[in-house]
Design a protein around this ligand. Sequence first.
Ligand code: SF4
Ligand code: SF4
Length: 339
Amino acid sequence: MPSKPKPKVAFYWCASCGGCEEAIIDLEFDLLKVVEAVEIVFWPCAMDFKTEAVRKMEDGEIAIAFINGAVRTSEQLEMCELLRRKAQIIIAFGACAQVGGIPGLANFWDKETIFRSSYLDKCPSTDNPGKVVPLPKSKVPEGELELPVFFNTVKTLDDVIDVDYYLPGCSPAPYLTLNAINTLLSGDLPPKGSVLAPNKALCETCTRNDSKPENLSLEKIYRVSQIEVDPEKCLLAQGIICMGPVTRSGCTPEGEGRCVLANMPCRGCYGPTPEVRDVGAKMIAALASLVGLEGEEEMTEEQVTKLMDSIVDPGGTFYRFTLAKSLLKRRRMPSEPQE
Ligand code: SF4
Ligand code: SF4
């Protein structure tokens, strides 16, 4: 008897560092079980499949497409639209696809500023005496060369296509990826739009939570390099900005927090908890409710300003992974063309 065809699975990356591709490899021996259960039909980072072969597939022929990375160029947009047509289920895989991630921080500038800084200004990693800037079309003796258009704004995956599920994290933990694949292949699908990770805040599952005082008051804010960090005590209680109160748990199976386990504060890569609409705004509000002097004495305006000024790079601290999905979405530049 001919064996039942395996469900087809695709992986694709947009604007990302490649960590989410690594996260698939991090399945280790479980990857062999996945390969046995599915037929991988597209994975440009790892295998030599052709886009043309995907174009020739029937609509809906792919069971699940995992797309990581934010959407920054016209080529990425085109591939996302193609995979949306060909796949029954689209998963926004990782922080960049879900909330913009680190590439989304580019929304603090516009395209011209980024190009100027990368290609024209004195940049330590650039030697460009000819002041060559990439253009969508350029003529060379052999003909016309075409590059994808670089958008002015970094977009999340659901800004450009309909997304069925989200797997958060920079990068998603292997156990969550495996759970997600098994759940989706079982046919017992969670409600559309679900984030396939625990619904709790990291603080709720963090082993240091018990050491957080009931009435925490922050007099000073430190970077980890400025103090000797107590490995047992809540980081926020030590004056270190830890995004645990507003970040989804799940980066470790037991919920301790991958970074917290390494004595580092959470930077928020698992994105917002279900109740949080804007990670940065919520964390700023949480901090504002904590600043104060011991003995419930209120700070003067000058003291509060000094405390807030001690936060290095507030944009990068509060919106490190989520700027592209925040209420701000991007900084408006006077010269900026509207998209
Ligand atoms: S603020 Fe950070 S260290 Fe403190 S309980 Fe929350 S996650 Fe743990
Ligand atoms: S502790 Fe925070 S920043 Fe670190 S992996 Fe977990 S969610 Fe991401």
